[in-house]
Design a protein around this ligand. Structure first.
Ligand code: NDP
Ligand code: 8X3
Length: 259
């Protein structure tokens, strides 16, 4: 496979774990310069060190919170000072909080999901676009979910925030038509990361049960799709990828094998 990413600058949000960390590692394998953001700076530092070992052209980290405009703008200023350009933007930071039905839902959970999964993408993209526009051929990949396409019980606000991500991606694709910039969404189904531990408020046993009797997607599976989409030639835009593990035919249709 041609490596069109070597020496390019990629900015990944939510790079401290899961899809974001694995995307950073796989981009490192291709000799990319990395700008990595998340709230946990220590974890970002570990990921950056691994990336350098794996061949990243450079790996830079900066603490950021996508739910705060000032933090996102400071992050973009840092990216400008560090790199001066961004060729690949992966809007990955986010997650789910809670599994309650609407009647039992909590404002802080709902707000956290919309803040990170929807508004966070808007904020980061607004701040980073000036670093992308001078170089036609760049790409923005937003991380959506099967949940943005198919609603399920206990997922109202998460599904809605990911449906918003889908609309944001489509609007951006239209707005950037003619600039040479590409925009797409990568929409995975269940994947074993820290996602369920966060969603279930740190209950590791409940999180493990989500994946019991199933081989879910791994962070590596999803990162491969992200890196593949980013590595297409400049005239090819991968508008969307929907991917699930073989055992999952819908969010609520998962074939489990008794262990
Ligand atoms: P993880 O919990 O492993 O990773 C989430 C990442 O997002 C972490 O790096 C976390 O870093 C970062 N993050 C969360 N909130 C913020 C914030 N406010 N500001 C900055 N960074 C933040 O989960 P995944 O890797 O699975 O999730 C990545 C994305 O993929 C999410 O958008 C999620 O909704 C989506 N997704 C996940 C699926 C799954 O089944 N795992 C399936 C489909 C989509 P830190 O805490 O250090 O800030
Ligand atoms: C995460 C996948 O199926 O838990 O976005 O909603 S699912």
């Amino acid at each position: 496979m041609s490596n069109r990413l070597k020496g390019k600058w990629a900015l990944v949000t939510g790079a401290s774990s899961g899809f974001g960390a694995e995307t950073a590692r796989q981009l490192a394998d291709m000799g990319v310069n990395l700008l990595l953001g998340a709230r946990r700076e220590d974890r970002l530092g570990q990921v950056a060190a691994e990336c350098l070992e794996r061949g990243a052209a450079s790996a830079h980290i900066h603490k950021m919170d996508v739910t705060r405009t000032a933090s996102v703008n400071a992050f973009a200023d840092w990216a400008k000072a560090t790199a001066g350009r961004v060729d690949v933007l992966v809007n990955n930071a986010g997650g789910a909080h809670g599994v309650e039905r609407v009647e039992d839902g909590r404002d802080d959970d709902w707000e956290a999901m919309f803040q990170s999964n929807a508004l966070g993408i808007l904020r980061v993209t607004r701040a980073v676009l000036p670093l992308m526009k001078p170089q036609p051929g760049g790409i923005i990949l937003n991380i959506g979910s099967i949940a943005g396409r198919v609603a399920y019980e206990g997922g109202s606000a998460y599904c809605a925030s990911k449906a918003a991500e889908r609309s944001i991606t489509k609007s951006l694709r239209l707005e950037l038509n003619g600039t040479g910039l590409r925009v797409g969404t990568i929409d995975p189904g269940m994947a074993e990361t820290e996602f369920s531990v966060v969603r279930l408020k740190g209950d590791q046993a409940k999180a493990d049960a989500v994946y019991r009797g199933v081989e879910p997607l791994s962070a590596g599976d999803v990162a491969e799709a992200i890196v593949w989409a980013a590595n297409r030639p400049a005239h090819v835009c991968v508008d969307e990828i929907l991917m699930m593990c073989t055992a999952q035919a819908a969010p609520y249709k998962v074939h489990r094998v008794e262990e």
